[in-house]
Design a protein around this ligand. Structure first.
Ligand code: PCA
Length: 322
């Protein structure tokens, strides 16, 4: 046995060397494992692993399992997580610049959403940098429509209805139409519907599909009101601590994830709505009256956003409208 000691020590030494050479990141994300954003992120982590030959291991903790959706940004800022995914507009109250993509009817198609992102990006990067954060990539959800237990012919049908919100804008819409907003993250949506805590909400076909909302909700109105973006953020300090080749591998995988995510989001939009219909929901355009009511809500909210976001908001808006 004694004769083996040096060999054993050498082995142990080798192991600890390997351990220090490997960096591990925890990555909290808010949405379920089979959601397209989550799948895209898992692919991103695998790409980074491969490109760095296992030097940077990113462990994805989906569905709010490590941190709840609304805690993830603070966790990355505070160093409790190295990297994480958030929905940008969830933080509109902290900084209106984060929420421009969720102003109703400002950008309602993928082409418009891309144009709006181009206008928003430099300001967003600068604001995140002030918080020690770096944006690696962002990907939109499919267009947002209205789900409701009962048919909705005009906004008046939403009066007093318990309305699920996921960001300040969806709460504001409820206020403007006289519904009762309650903030519920996607991970708790199915349960909130099952217990009757909510009876209407706006989100994408993707989240309706992920949460199998057809078990409780029968109506979907394809309002195409906005395309909110998720963003993957890393702590700048954590990123700077990586060696150059690893940083480059992360940036390359991020650029690929952004391109792949936009493509998947757009391509799956039709599939999600087909699945709602196949599972017994009526999928329809909003009535002209409902459209007009929603348009009014949108006009109010654009004016409000321009007021709270100040000169930088105006510049983003004008660059987008050009
Ligand atoms: N799904 C997420 C945010 C926007 C979307 O389409 C949700 O409903 O929470």
């Amino acid at each position: 046995m004694r004769a083996f000691r040096p060999l054993f020590a050498a082995l142990l030494g080798g192991l600890s060397l390997a351990a220090t050479a490997q960096t591990k990141w925890d990555m909290p994300t808010p949405y379920p494992p089979a959601n397209f954003h989550t799948e895209n992120i898992v692919q991103f982590a695998a790409d980074v692993d491969k490109a760095t030959a296992g030097k940077l291991k990113i462990t994805v903790h989906s569905n709010g399992s490590l941190f709840k959706a609304n805690e993830i940004k603070r966790a990355v800022q505070g160093g409790q997580a190295q990297i994480g995914e958030i929905i940008l507009s969830g933080y509109t109250n902290e900084d209106p610049i984060f929420g421009v993509d969720s102003v109703p009817f400002l950008a309602t198609s993928y082409a418009e959403a891309r144009k709006l992102m181009t206008a928003q990006k430099p300001v967003l990067d600068a604001h995140l940098a002030r918080q020690g954060l770096k944006l690696l990539f962002s990907v939109p959800w499919p267009p947002q429509g209205i789900y409701a237990k009962n048919p909705i012919a005009t906004a008046a049908d939403l009066k007093g209805v318990k309305w699920r919100a996921y960001n300040p804008q969806t709460s504001r819409i409820a206020e403007l139409v006289g519904a009762q907003p309650v903030t519920i993250q996607a991970a708790e949506l199915s349960q909130a519907l099952a217990t009757g805590a909510v009876a209407a909400f706006m989100t994408s076909g993707a989240t309706g599909y992920d949460s199998k909302v057809w078990e409780q909700v029968k109506h979907f109105y394809d309002a195409q009101a906005w395309l909110p973006k998720n963003a993957v953020l890393v702590s700048q300090k954590t990123f700077d601590a990586l060696d150059k080749p690893t940083q480059e591998a992360v940036l390359k995988a991020a650029a690929e994830a952004e391109a792949r995510g936009w493509k998947t989001s757009e391509e799956k939009t039709k599939f999600y709505l087909e699945q709602l219909a196949r599972n017994g929901m009526t999928v329809a355009d909003p009535s002209p009256a409902l459209k007009a009511d929603l348009k009014k809500v949108g006009d109010t909210m654009i004016a409000e956003w321009l007021k709270t976001s100040g000169a930088e908001g105006r510049a983003i808006h004008d660059a987008y409208m050009k």
